[in-house]
Design a protein around this ligand. Structure first.
Ligand code: N01
Length: 541
């Protein structure tokens, strides 16, 4: 057992690094644990070919420190994984954050005993702290598909979410790629250009919008610098934490020609904003149909084989109700002679063999398999740790019928535990970086309030958590999102997981106001108490 600290932070992504910085700045002693050998979080692991963020670089970066903002020049409009990882390393260096971390440490369980959390690692070490801040990421628990024969494959197999540090050489190889979400869709054009042959195994098609990436010009960069304060001010309470809005009129109230012009403009600007071209697009099926049909026309224009085009068009969800993807030449890749699309709805995989993949219709020999099969999103990284509270309640049991949270940040029965970007918060529907700042600031302010009051524990009341969780569900019901046949937002990509729309869709700014309000009302909804006489004083490292 090492010395106890005030706080344990798990994770070294955007949220974890900021949490460690805030703890250190507030003179809270902190132990930070990270499974990877260095900082980066999702951007450490997801280094597959084509990995790139779908939020503009100038927004997808910390806003808390003006000097940090000025110290970094983003090269591209949509930053690729190496640039984001370099940025996070820069932040870790600048604020000397690595000294708080133990890297290569996999947290496997956590138990609250008396007045502190005891965290155990895969190597059997234990750490203790009064507060446990899980910044474990929404998309970090990798989904290994349960496909028969998966262990029999004799070639090289890679997961996009755990890509090797040294890029594998795919030249001259026959590659099979399973999974056509954001990761698979980004990887496909690059793999196709390298491999001798690429077979894409698609169970569900997704909508993807071309992302016309480019380096920022000197003029653009100057303008961004000038406008940064405004940009940040608008983003701080915006619906998605970025300065972008929707068209000024509803789709259903706009004439067809004007509608088409608005859609073309968004299509050319590229990226995820297409999913919110019109203000009614995410909650009115008639409006959604207009955008969906526009996107489907583009697919039919780009893909030369009409059968392949039809297979690439999803028929099972309103556009944007599943996370919309962004790409660099995905659809046109299927016009290449060395690329083949296999529709698993028509010919399901029977087994993976030593030499490739066998469906019920054909055998596809492969030298390499790439799994872009996603994550046990939002809850997986937390339930794999499965924290146990003082009443012996476990997180997995508390969440058996779907995540029960207060503000997506705290769980009844698990005092002093914080779930940054957890289910019940806007997280994946917002700019994750600003979202991490808001949540971490709220948590550290609460920790300091607990200290000031001289109590040892803080926990949400069950009725307050139920009310928040109900509010999260009600917000989702007013949209088209729960209508997707399957999506990781709903947890339905994971066998046995309760189908619940997990993120809070009420808007980032609105969420932030509610967090502010809880704090302003002396943390209404929380119980601050001392259950046991404190153990010997926690250290101040
Ligand atoms: O994961 P996914 P992802 N047999 O779950 C398929 C963020 N992200 O890593 O839909 C065959 O979307 C599965 O099929 P189905 C972003 O938020 C962002 O691609 O379950 N197929 C699906 O096609 C994104 O949404 C960026 O039927 C199987 C695919 O695998 C999130 O991460 C880039 C299967 C998984 O798609 C997750 O994206 C990358 C099986 N047994 C990721 N099991 C950007 O910022 C699963 N699949 C741009």
């Amino acid at each position: 057992m090492t010395e106890a600290t005030d706080v344990i932070v798990v994770g070294a992504g955007f949220a974890g690094l900021y949490a460690v910085h805030r703890c250190a700045s507030a003179a809270l002693s902190v132990t930070a644990l990270e499974a990877a050998p260095d900082v980066g979080g999702t951007w450490y692991w997801n280094r597959y070919p084509g990995a790139r963020c779908d939020v503009e670089s100038v927004d997808y970066s910390y806003s808390f420190d003006e000097a940090l903002q000025r110290s970094w020049t983003w090269i591209e409009r949509f930053a690729a994984q190496p640039e984001i990882l370099a940025y996070l390393r820069h932040v870790a260096d600048r604020f000397d954050l690595r000294r708080h971390y133990r890297f290569g440490v996999d947290v496997v369980d956590a138990t609250f005993d008396r007045d502190r959390w005891h965290v155990r690692t895969a190597a059997g070490e234990t750490y203790a702290a009064q507060f446990l801040l899980c910044a474990t990421g929404c998309l970090s628990a990798v989904n290994r598909p349960d496909i028969p024969g998966i262990d029999d494959f004799a070639g090289d197999a890679y997961f996009t979410a755990a890509w090797p540090r040294e890029d594998p050489d795919l030249r001259g190889k026959r590659v099979g790629l399973i999974g056509t979400g954001s990761s698979g869709i980004q990887a496909v054009p690059i793999v196709a250009a390298q491999a001798e042959k690429l077979v894409v195994f698609q169970r569900s098609p997704n909508y993807t919008i071309p992302m016309p990436n480019r380096p920022w010009s000197a003029d653009e960069w100057r303008q961004i610098q000038e406008q940064y304060p405004d940009r940040r001010r608008i983003s701080a309470y915006a619906a998605a934490g970025t300065p972008h809005g929707t068209y000024h009129k509803k789709a259903v109230d706009t004439e067809p020609e004007e509608r088409a012009e608005a859609l073309w403009q968004r299509w050319r600007e590229g990226g995820v904003l297409f999913a919110k071209t019109f203000p009614d697009q995410t909650n009115d099926l008639a409006a959604n149909d207009i955008a969906r049909e526009f996107a489907e026309e583009r697919i039919r224009e780009i893909v030369t084989d009409p059968v392949v085009a039809a297979d690439l068009i999803p028929g099972d969800h309103p556009i944007g109700a599943k996370r919309i993807c962004t790409d660099a030449g995905y659809y046109s890749t299927f016009n290449r002679a060395n690329v083949r699309l296999v529709n698993l709805r028509r010919e399901p995989i029977e087994t993976i063999t030593a030499n490739g993949i066998r469906t019920n219709a054909a055998t596809y020999p492969c030298d390499v398999l790439i799994f872009a099969t996603g994550f046990d999103a939002m809850t997986g990284a937390l339930t794999r740790i499965d924290p146990i509270g003082p009443g012996r309640e476990r997180l997995r049991d508390i969440w058996a019928n779907g995540p029960l949270t207060f503000l997506g940040l705290m769980v009844p029965g698990l005092p002093n535990l914080f779930t940054i970007s957890g289910p019940g918060s806007p997280s994946v529907l917002a700019n994750m970086v600003l979202h991490a700042e808001v949540q971490v600031d709220w948590v550290i302010d609460l920790v300091l309030a607990v200290r000031r009051l001289g109590v040892s524990e803080v926990e949400p009341r069950r009725d307050a958590a139920r009310a928040w969780t109900y509010h999260v569900a009600q917000a989702a019901e007013q949209t088209l999102f729960p209508r997707a046949a399957s999506s990781w937002y709903l947890g339905s990509n994971i066998e046995g997981k309760k189908r619940v729309f997990m993120p809070y869709i009420g808007g980032f700014g609105n969420y932030r106001r509610q967090c502010d309000e809880v704090a302003r009302r002396n943390y209404a909804g929380l119980v601050l108490t001392t259950r046991y006489e404190p153990q010997p004083k926690l250290s101040r490292k």
